[in-house]
Structure formats: structure tokens, C-alpha cells
Design a protein around this ligand. Structure first.
Ligand code: ZN
Length: 469
């Protein structure tokens, strides 16, 4: 530690956040201590890490995707033997490898009620997902190496209530008869209408496993834990909308595709942001013309796995979908993943607010004229703050989209409302993606710490590239 550390600490202190200040100070102190003790070793390892990372960044190609490592191919072999296609009580092999005590804890944590809570703790689930039976291995894959929060959370949400029943069933005599598993004891959490989609749970788990293996565990922030966190948070936001609104405005395939998009919205993230890629003119920046570089890549990887050249029958979750449903799912997934680009955040928020106001004004008049029971104080027609007589925008969407108004032109209320409904869907994933600061304190701190670590690591790569070290 020296003068440079004190100067940086003072700068951080000026930002006015004692938490960020202490976390940054600790991180900087660790960096400087390490530098004193392990200067030579660190230089060597930094160079090799940088070379590996540069090679990784430059190897990312939307058509070639990321090469599989030895571990993921071992998992595939296990899966092929253990998958129980179409079974009512399908559990993925990763679940079966957990100790009975851990299964009991996770059955409670992944219950439908708990999954639907804003206070849900993804870090707890991540730690428990590693707690496998000692010496548990099959076909060369040691379960002790597993860390699968995305697989567990995705399975629990997309395959509910079957997944919760399977979890309870796997407990045997250890089942706690007081657990609520797939049912809601509060009555507020509601199931999604996925039964008509005929989703195969083993295909869902295979897809989630493949996606999870493509998140880099070297990233402190943009890893499989973040993907699991965003997937659960998105589910929570969908629950806030309410069953009646959600089912009146959206088709089941829209909701399914949106949750699926959450699982791969950062897949293959190299730990370096769009600005880095643009300035360094990486292969990704060249491929995507500097426009939403990473988001384009994440969307291409996910869509290729589901519908493109890397698709495999064992994870074909769209197997029973017709062409119209696949087209709709693809549209939702592309729009939602592209919408996570922070570079267009403020412009998008402004556009959405303007659009809400437009629909509120024009659709309200149309519904009133169509003779429904809707009425509104015209004096408030141009004020978003005039809430006294305002209907929530979701209620307006429900009324317009279920009304008999004819679609005569592009400006018709129904088309405007459909457009707004699609925009809201896209924004839900974006909101979930940046929800960390709104979470309970220990989780908000955890994510702030991880984000800082990733930013500092990127800065290290940038400086090293500039100085040629
Ligand atoms: Zn993200």
C-alpha cells in the first residue's frame, strides 16, 4: 500500500457511498498487497490469463459458438443415460446427486411461493447446488464439480408444478409434510398456462445445462449465478402483473419464451463490456458493427441453440410448437435480449413513457366510444400524474385487446396496444437485469462487489493491452 492507494480511497470517498468506499478500498488493498508479495508470479499469471481471455474473446463467433470443454461433454453422457423423457416426475441427474438434506432444503427454497418472492436468495441456492453426495460420480463425471443454480431455478420455474412434485417425491420418507412445494399457500402466486405447450421437462433441463455450461465461471458477475438471478427476478415481476392481466394480454408462448430468454441473455459473456469491444475492435465488434455487440452475440448463441445450427433434438424445447408459435417465441427472445443493452436504457425508457401516454389517451377514447362500461375524467386525459380517475395501463391493455374494436389501420388502438404490450414484455427482462440495487441488502452488496471485481478485471486487461504487458 502506498500513496496511490490513499489517493484512490479519497476519490472513492467523495462519491458519498460508505459501502462502495469500503468495498473498493478492500479490493484495491488486496490488489496492492498481492503486488508486493507476488509480483513476478502475478505478472506471469496475468499475462497467461490475459492471453487466454484475448483468445477467448477473439474466438467468439456467432456461428462457431464457444467450443465445449471436457466437463460439459461428460455431463452429456450422464444425461443421456439418466434422462426420463416425458416422465411426470422427471428430476435432472444434478438433483439426484444432491444429499438428501440438501434436497429437502432446496425443495423448500424452490417452492412456487418462495420462487415468487422478491427476497428469494439465489446465493443460497447456488451454494446448495454444490452439496453433492460424497464420491458421487458416474461415467467419468464427478458430481462434486457441479454448480447449477440456473438449471435448478429454470427447471423449477419452467416445469412447475411438475418440478416441485418431483422434488418432493425424491425426498421419500424425508419429505416434510408441511411443505407447500408446487402449491401456493398464500394464494397470490399463480401457475403459468404452459400445459398446452407440451413442454418436455428433460429437454428443458438439457437446454438449461447447455446454456449454463456456456457461462464463464471466471466472470465474477456475468456468470451462471447472474443468469439464474435474472430468471427468478423476471418470474417475480411476471407474478406482480397478476394472473388475470398476464393471461388476458399475452399468450403462453410469450411468457415461456421470455423466461427462456432470461436464461441465455448473457450467455458467453467474456467479462468485457461493449465499450471495450468497440475500442479494441474485437472480432465481435467487427461482426456486429459496434451495435449492441454483446446483446447481438447472446441472442445469436441462444437462438442458434434453439433453432439454428447448434440445435440438438435432446434440448429442442420447441418440439411441439407450430410455426406460428416458434415465430412468436423467436420474436420475443430477440427483442428481450436486445433490450438488455444499457447503452439504450434512457432512450428506451423515454420511448416507453411516451408510448404509455399515447395509448392511455387514444385507446381510452376508443373504448369509451365503443360502448363498454369504461368511463374516464377527460380533464385528466393528458396527465400521467392525474391518478384519481386513471386506470392502470395494464387494465387499459386488457380492455382494448379483449374488445371488439376493429383493426382498420396501423394506428388502430388494438395495434398500438399490441405494440405497447410487446414493449412491456421486453422491459421486464431489462428491469430484472438491473434489479440488484432493489434487492435485500446482503444480495445488493454481493452483486455490487461482483460487478466491481469484473470492472476492475476489465480495466486490468485494458491497461495491459495499452502498455503491451
Ligand atoms: Zn445480465
Amino acid at each position: 500500500m502506498g500513496r496511490s492507494f490513499q489517493r484512490r480511497e479519497a476519490f472513492v470517498g467523495n462519491k458519498g457511498s460508505s459501502f462502495l468506499s469500503s468495498e473498493l478500498s478492500r479490493f484495491i488493498r488486496e490488489m496492492e498487497d498481492n503486488r508486493e508479495d507476488e509480483d513476478h508470479h502475478r505478472h506471469v499469471s496475468d499475462v497467461s490469463r490475459r492471453q487466454r481471455r484475448d483468445a477467448f474473446v477473439n474466438s467468439i463467433n456467432p456461428t462457431a459458438l464457444i467450443p465445449k470443454d471436457e466437463m460439459s461433454s461428460s455431463i452429456e453422457r450422464v444425461l443421456t443415460l439418466e434422462a426420463d423423457d416425458g416422465s411426470e416426475v422427471y428430476c435432472p441427474p444434478e438433483w439426484n446427486a444432491l444429499t438428501m438434506k440438501t434436497r429437502a432444503k432446496l425443495t423448500s427454497l424452490l417452492s412456487w411461493d418462495n420462487l415468487s418472492r422478491w427476497e428469494f436468495d439465489i446465493v443460497d441456492v447456488t451454494e446448495l447446488s454444490r452439496d453433492t453426495m460424497k464420491g458421487s460420480s458416474r461415467n467419468g463425471f464427478e458430481y462434486s464439480r457441479q454448480c447449477c443454480p440456473l438449471l435448478l431455478v429454470g427447471w423449477a420455474i419452467l416445469c412447475a408444478p411438475m418440478a416441485q412434485r418431483a422434488m418432493e417425491g425424491s425426498l421419500g420418507d424425508n419429505a416434510d409434510t408441511t411443505t407447500t412445494a408446487g402449491r401456493s399457500s398464500r394464494g397470490s402466486a399463480f401457475p403459468y398456462p404452459f400445459s398446452d405447450l407440451k413442454i418436455n421437462p428433460s429437454s428443458v433441463c438439457n437446454f438449461l445445462r447447455e446454456v449454463e455450461s456456456r457461462y464463464s465461471s471466471e466472470n465474477p458477475y456475468h456468470n451462471n449465478i447472474h443468469a439464474a438471478d435474472v430468471t427468478q427476478t423476471l418470474h417475480c415481476l411476471l407474478q406482480f402483473i397478476g394472473q388475470e392481466n398476464l393471461c388476458a394480454i399475452y399468450e403462453p408462448v410469450d411468457i415461456f419464451a421470455l423466461i427462456l430468454a432470461a436464461t441465455f441473455h448473457d450467455v458467453g459473456h467474456p467479462g468485457l463490456n461493449n465499450l471495450y469491444h468497440k475500442n479494441a475492435r474485437t472480432n465481435l465488434a467487427i461482426t456486429y458493427n459496434d451495435v449492441s455487440i454483446l446483446e447481438n452475440m447472446h441472442s445469436a448463441v441462444g437462438n442458434s441453440l434453439l433453432l439454428g445450427e447448434t440445435k440438438q433434438p435432446k434440448w429442442d424445447v420447441f418440439q411441439k410448437f407450430d410455426d406460428r408459435q416458434i415465430e412468436r417465441a423467436r420474436s420475443v427472445m430477440i427483442s428481450a435480449v436486445m433490450g438488455t443493452d444499457m447503452g439504450s436504457h434512457f432512450e428506451s425508457v423515454g420511448n416507453l413513457a411516451g408510448f404509455v401516454e399515447k395509448v392511455r389517451t387514444e385507446s381510452t377514447n376508443a373504448i369509451g366510444a365503443s360502448g363498454t362500461s369504461f368511463s374516464r375524467d377527460q380533464n385528466n386525459s393528458n396527465s400521467l400524474l392525474g391518478v384519481k380517475q386513471e386506470l392502470p395501463i395494464l387494465s387499459i391493455l386488457v380492455r382494448v385487446l379483449s374488445s371488439e374494436i376493429k383493426d382498420e389501420n396501423d394506428e388502430s388502438p388494438k395495434k398500438e396496444c399490441t405494440h405497447l404490450a410487446n414493449s412491456i414484455l421486453k422491459f421486464l427482462l431489462h428491469a430484472a437485469d438491473i434489479s440488484n440495487p432493489a434487492k435485500k441488502l446482503n444480495l445488493a452488496r454481493y452483486w455490487a462487489d461482483m460487478a466491481l471485481k469484473e470492472f476492475f478485471a476489465q480495466e486490468g486487461v485494458r491497461v495491459a493491452n495499452l502498455t503491451g504487458m
